[in-house]
Design a binder for this molecule. Structure first.
Ligand SMILES: [Zn+2]
Length: 85
């Protein structure tokens, strides 16, 4: 019986660590349920997922059409002055 709780604990921990590292919570919950401690070890060893430019965080510079941060006031590529949206 303790083994079942340990297995479920590994699944919960794998889910929690996976979400904290920017990965799919559902996928790591399933992997945790299937592989238990092994999934926990694998997700603990994975690097944090780096988020790429997204429409919520980046906009296109009107001058050079490169992606720049939404909060930026000056384009880092062409030094064009940007108006905050
Ligand atoms: Zn620019």
């Amino acid at each position: 019986m303790e083994l079942v709780f340990l297995w479920l604990g590994c699944a919960v921990a794998a889910t929690w660590i996976g979400v904290a590292k920017g990965r799919s919570g559902l996928a790591w919950a399933m992997l945790g349920l299937l592989f238990g401690l092994f999934a926990l070890i694998v997700v603990a060893c994975l690097p944090r997922r780096i988020q790429g430019p997204a429409p919520e965080t980046h906009v296109k510079c009107p001058d050079c059409k490169e992606l720049v941060l939404r909060e930026a006031r000056v384009c880092k590529h062409c030094r064009c002055r940007l108006v905050p949206v």
